[in-house]
Design a protein around this ligand. Sequence first.
Ligand SMILES: Cc1cc2nc3c(=O)[nH]c(=O)nc-3n(C[C@H](O)[C@H](O)[C@H](O)COP(=O)(O)OP(=O)(O)OC[C@H]3O[C@@H](n4cnc5c(N)ncnc54)[C@H](O)[C@@H]3O)c2cc1C
Length: 316
Amino acid sequence: MGAPRVLPFSVSMLGPVLINFGNDEQRERFLPGIKSGEDWWAQGFSEPGAGSDLASLKTSAIRDGDHYVVNGQKTWTTLGQHGDWIFCLVRTDASATKPQTGISFILIDMRDPGVEVRPIITLDGSHEVNEVWFTDVRVPAENLVGQENMGWTYAKFLLQNERIGIAGIGQSKEQLVSLRRLAAAEKKNGKPLIEDPSFRAKLSEVEIELRALDLTNKRMLVETARGTDPGPVSSMLKIRGSEVAQRLFELKMDAAGLYALPFQPEAGDAGWNDELAGTLAQARSAPHYLNTRKISIFGGSNEIQRSIISKMMLGF
Ligand SMILES: Cc1cc2nc3c(=O)[nH]c(=O)nc-3n(C[C@H](O)[C@H](O)[C@H](O)COP(=O)(O)OP(=O)(O)OC[C@H]3O[C@@H](n4cnc5c(N)ncnc54)[C@H](O)[C@@H]3O)c2cc1C
């Protein structure tokens, strides 16, 4: 099963933004709830017309006395159905010459009147993402992070941390162990699948990729501890990490064979029956495989990460 996961939106995304760009009051108010996990944060960046082209976002925040009035729609909001709070990019200056310069970073209480969460059901049948609608939501001006119209700078900083997290090296290591276990239990031509030369070659290939990724990540961590900005290295980690994770789930589908099809994937507890327990684990492969297709899209698609690398590292 692995260890319980830390909510990335609060710990690795918003926390560092508040530490670097928030004020003392915001740090005192929000960091304890982030650290304890008591406050559930969601990420309100993407909109129906603003994904890869995030700077074209339209959700508006108009200053009205000591409040901002927020109107608009966010989409793909992961786990927003549990959210206490959402950090959002909003347009505070519609007349800015460059779209990036009219954006602010604001914290919205999701329990406020005018906030509505609507579910989106994904291909694997799960409710993981949502639309979040804002209708005349009054947000105290003190919830603005940093300076008005400087949100793009904070968003770029946050996205670097998000992409490093998406690389998901720990989770892929866990998947590799579980894949090995599955391949040892499955038979091909009367022998364990793990002894099949073709399957072993594929398994070794992905393991080598994962080890190389682990080393790159550790090098980046050492550099970051010395004060170097990870910059486009976060894009490299995101691309390779998502490819490795997706490959592992493809191999898991291969290993699970016939039972990978998502028939009654949550068919219940197998109890004492080891054979049935294995079959149920296999039957969950397809929903997991389908779910991991998202990794090359969210946090900025892999195509966009390649553009960032080509611009910032290769100078094209
Ligand atoms: C499961 C899931 C969870 C998500 N969670 C969140 C969340 O919690 N909060 C949040 O704010 N957002 C979230 N997102 C949104 C995610 O960041 C966007 O989906 C992503 O940035 C892509 O934007 P888009 O979906 O609008 O696709 P588009 O931007 O429309 O892109 C469509 C396709 O065209 C390609 N493309 C677009 N522009 C270019 C270009 N210039 N060069 C080359 N190729 C290009 C893309 O790579 C992609 O393949 C989530 C998305 C998914 C799928």
